[in-house]
Design a protein around this ligand. Structure first.
Ligand SMILES: [Zn+2]
Length: 83
């Protein structure tokens, strides 16, 4: 996460913001969970397990609603609808 979502200070990889003191470790954990869920969605799609893929996408979006997660989930959903 390059910037603090609260005050927009640069984070430089820190898990807490030096400007406002916001603890971002839970946010980072949620993003990791989301990335893992996206990875599992891709694996499920490759294995033609469409229902599982949709379930993992739902999990990913529950963990993280960042623009990147939304775009990757949308990309996978498009592939699922084509298969
Ligand atoms: Zn901050």
């Amino acid at each position: 996460m390059p910037r603090c979502p609260v005050c927009n200070a640069k984070l430089a990889g820190a898990t807490s913001c030096r400007r406002c003191g916001c603890d971002l470790s839970l946010t980072e954990q949620a993003r990791r969970q989301a990335r893992q869920a996206l990875s599992r969605a891709l694996q499920a799609w490759r294995n033609n397990q469409t229902e599982d893929a949709h379930a993992w996408l739902k999990q990913a979006l529950m963990w993280d609603s960042s623009e990147l997660t939304i775009k990757v989930a949308s990309f996978i959903k498009t592939r699922l609808s084509l298969s």
